[in-house]
Design a protein around this ligand. Structure first.
Ligand SMILES: Nc1ncnc2c1ncn2[C@@H]1O[C@H](COP(=O)(O)OP(=O)(O)O)[C@@H](O)[C@H]1O
Ligand SMILES: [Mg+2]
Length: 297
């Protein structure tokens, strides 16, 4: 079967609420590797800090005038296609400075959904006074986490959508995971990751209960590995904690930082890096997991 015959892109959310674990680096380089394999990729930067937008060389898009991704997530999902920017390796939906307001806005949307579905003596329309865009009309479901999902449905035709998520738990991250249904988890090979992974699994379970959906773990990327005994201990812990998922190993490499500064992935320049092979393995395995079996010519 070649999954390209289906119209829905495979969606992947790269997530781990701990900051600095390599979400943005992994998201950019996995997207770059998929694109290098011939897949059509849409990259979505859902982090209000816009690191991926900058790391793909699109810093000026971050300061674009409205409507931005904020307006799409809080008002008009059909506006997503107009935000897509071309990058030499992939299409990109940039983040925006307005996204700093999104967490608050989606919290109001969540309150509207709850007021409507629960036994509360509150007029949902009155809650709109606390929001810029959100009204009872913009909140269509029985929870308000479907906003990115609805927006992505308006841009079919990609093989993959790769979503970079914020370094915190909240509505944006929940909306990203809900839209994707699949997570790829970068984690540092250090002791702090045990707690980060346990919190992530708790959060995924809570989201599954709230939305009645299931979240699949596509794999773990043990990142910034150096050769120390703590690294070895953690790698064994990852393997034990995720017995059914691949655990890839990305070593600490300055080439990854240079690619970010240049505005592309490792696959967007001629610089050699031994970690390219790991991202190629990840891309090949994702193709396998999503049932894409033929490499396009
Ligand atoms: N494998 C790696 N080797 C070297 N530097 C890395 C590696 N992975 C990430 N970094 C650097 O670590 C910092 C944090 O990574 P980033 O991808 O921004 O994490 P997050 O998105 O989870 O906050 C960045 O400066 C990035 O360039
Ligand atoms: Mg990041």
């Amino acid at each position: 079967m070649n999954r390209q015959s289906t119209s829905d892109p495979a969606r992947i959310c790269v997530t781990n609420a701990k900051g600095g674990t390599g979400k943005t680096t992994v998201a950019i380089n996995v997207a770059g590797a998929l694109s290098d394999r011939g897949r059509d990729v849409l990259f979505v930067d859902l982090d209000p800090q816009g690191n991926a937008t900058e790391g793909l060389g699109l810093a000026e898009a971050y300061d674009a005038q409205p409507p931005t991704l904020f307006d799409v997530l809080t008002g008009d999902p059909n506006g997503l296609a107009d935000l897509v920017v071309e990058h030499e390796e992939m299409d990109v939906v940039p983040s925006s400075i307005d996204m700093l307001q999104a967490e608050h806005e989606l919290t109001v949307a969540d309150l509207i959904a709850r007021v409507r579905t629960g036994d509360h003596d509150v007029d949902p329309a009155a809650l709109s006074a606390f929001a810029l865009n959100v009204t009872p009309k913009t909140v269509t479901g029985d929870h308000a986490l479907d906003t990115l999902d609805r927006a992505l449905s308006t841009v079919p035709g990609y093989d993959y959508v790769v979503i970079d998520s914020p370094p915190f738990y909240g509505k944006l991250t929940d909306a990203a995971v809900f839209a994707a249904g699949n997570i790829l988890v970068p984690a540092l090979a250090e002791a702090t990751s045990e707690r980060a992974i346990e919190l992530l699994m708790d959060q995924m379970a809570a989201l599954e209960r709230q939305t009645g959906t299931s979240v699949r773990t596509l794999g773990v990327v043990a990142n910034r590995i150096e050769t120390t005994s703590e690294d070895e201990t953690m790698l064994q812990w990852f393997d034990a904690a995720f017995p059914d998922s691949p655990v890839w190993r990305v070593r600490k490499r300055v080439a990854l930082q240079r690619a970010y500064t240049r505005g592309n992935s490792l696959f967007g320049s001629d610089e050699e890096c031994d970690m390219s092979a790991v991202f190629e393995d990840i891309a090949a395995d994702l193709d396998r997991q999503f049932g894409y079996t033929e490499i396009p010519a």
